[in-house]
Design a protein around this ligand. Structure first.
Ligand SMILES: C[S@@+](CC[C@H](N)C(=O)[O-])C[C@H]1O[C@@H](n2cnc3c(N)ncnc32)[C@H](O)[C@@H]1O
Length: 420
């Protein structure tokens, strides 16, 4: 990624936002490009409503220096901390869903690919063992428990050929028992992330029959309907080849096969936690130089539902996740205000918060204005509201359902400077 010498932003005078001064000025431009391929390949793990790496890159390059701490309290797939790390900054992040650490952490320390292949053969060469759906997982990611998380086999067979399902159950059982034994290592971490990413999707490169994109698992019932109306049947998949192909693809932007990425040597490991954005206890007061983040946009995305298959595989009980989703703007404002109070605690005086909100309800609700209202009394200076206008390229029309329905096609970022 080209991060060469962007102009540093110097602190601007307060725009003095208040109800009286609204509407606030908004700058509409193509601040960062929409050409996804320009990002580092390590980012290519799909996640609902993730932002492109160019968004955090834009702010990191202009507002921080090497070694500064960059954080994201609504981590998702980890775009902000990974980009920060790739740019030589210290990285931190958290999410209410433990799945997000599983998707993020392994990409900070990719293992050698021959070790990944060897481990896969070791796991799949084993005899299938009986599943123990009620066993509790003492996971390396806090908040993981297998209780009540298992869908029945018939439902899984709507997605997978019986042979593929056997392999997936072996892999799942391996990860869970390695966790219990305390022997879960970086190779397991990488493998689990790739498997989570390949569970279901819309092309042959996934373990499932053809379905919706990987960040949006449909219910087993919907999948049966999709199969019936399209004459589809799950076919056996080459699990090893699919995993290795995705591993190679993730590493194609620059990875020499060594254990550590070159820039990692001088950087501490990222701090990644499962916690609510209103309780960032892993970050000290005035410790953070920049936050680049995006919360759930009202209740546009149901992160519990969309991630049910991934949560099952990971041993997370999706029903117990306290993922926020608010249909009322007032409730949403109160939720993000709590997060802002905590962000104000951890961000240094003179540090920045770039808060991205999507375009929702066809532009009827301008969440950026609501953000301004919600944080009016906090020690923040409004720097700018940036609307990134981008070509909307991704419209997959599958099974007559438009993938971008009710979705987001502009990035709207409110940039604040922390000031006492
Ligand atoms: C828009 S996504 C973030 C996507 C992220 N920027 C990326 O690039 O992947 C919002 C995230 O907020 C998380 N979330 C929902 N409620 C939360 C809460 N109360 N505290 C922390 N995270 C929460 C969801 O699990 C989801 O991963």
């Amino acid at each position: 990624m080209n991060s060469s010498a962007p102009t540093k932003l110097s602190p601007r005078p307060a725009l003095g936002f208040s109800h009286a001064s609204r509407p606030v000025p908004k700058t509409v431009s193509e601040f960062w490009t929409s050409r996804q391929r320009q990002g580092h390949s390590l980012h290519e793990i799909s996640y609902r409503a993730c932002f492109k790496p160019q968004l955090p890159e834009y702010f990191i390059s202009r507002l921080t220096n090497s070694g500064d701490l960059v954080a994201d309290p609504f981590l998702g797939r980890g775009t902000t901390p990974l980009q920060a790390h790739l740019m030589g900054r210290r990285a931190a992040g958290s999410d209410i869903n433990p799945l997000c650490i599983m998707l993020t952490r392994p990409r900070f320390a990719p293992p050698p690919l021959d070790a990944v292949k060897e481990r896969l053969h070791e796991i799949l060469g084993m005899e299938p063992r009986e599943q123990s759906p009620s066993s509790t997982v003492d996971s390396t990611v806090a908040g993981v428990s297998d209780e009540g998380a298992s869908p029945d086999r018939d439902n899984l067979l709507a997605f997978y050929h019986p042979e593929t399902l056997t392999y997936l159950l072996m892999l799942r059982e391996w990860f869970i028992s390695r966790d219990q034994q305390g022997s879960f290592d970086g190779i397991d971490d990488w493998l689990r992330m790739i498997c989570l990413n390949r569970l279901s999707g819309h092309s042959p490169g996934f373990f499932s029959v053809r379905t919706m994109p990987p960040n949006q698992a449909v219910s087993a019932e919907s999948q049966r309907r999709i199969n019936e109306s399209n004459g589809l049947q799950p076919e056996p998949k080459d699990v090893v080849e699919i995993v290795m192909k995705k591993s190679r693809s993730l590493l194609r932007s620059g990875y020499s096969g060594a254990h550590r990425l070159p820039f990692e040597e001088s950087l501490p490991a990222p701090i990644l936690r499962t916690t609510s954005a209103s309780d960032l206890n892993y970050l000290g007061d005035s410790s953070t130089d920049l936050i680049v983040t995006s919360p759930p946009f009202l209740n546009i995305v149901d992160y519990r539902k969309d991630n049910w298959l991934r949560c099952w595989f990971a041993g997370i009980n999706a029903d117990e996740l306290n993922v926020s989703g608010h249909s009322s703007v007032t409730e949403w404002c109160s939720f993000i205000r709590d997060a802002f109070v905590e962000m104000c605690r951890v961000v240094k005086d003179g540090g920045y918060i770039a808060f991205e909100v999507g375009e929702v309800r066809k532009g009827e609700v301008q969440l950026e204005d609501e953000v301004l209202r919600a944080v009016e009394d906090l020690p923040l200076v409004l720097d700018s509201v940036l609307i990134n206008q981008q070509e909307f390229t991704k419209t997959s029309n599958l099974w007559g359902i438009r993938n971008n329905r009710g979705g987001t096609n502009t990035n709207r970022v409110v940039l604040f400077r922390r000031a006492d």
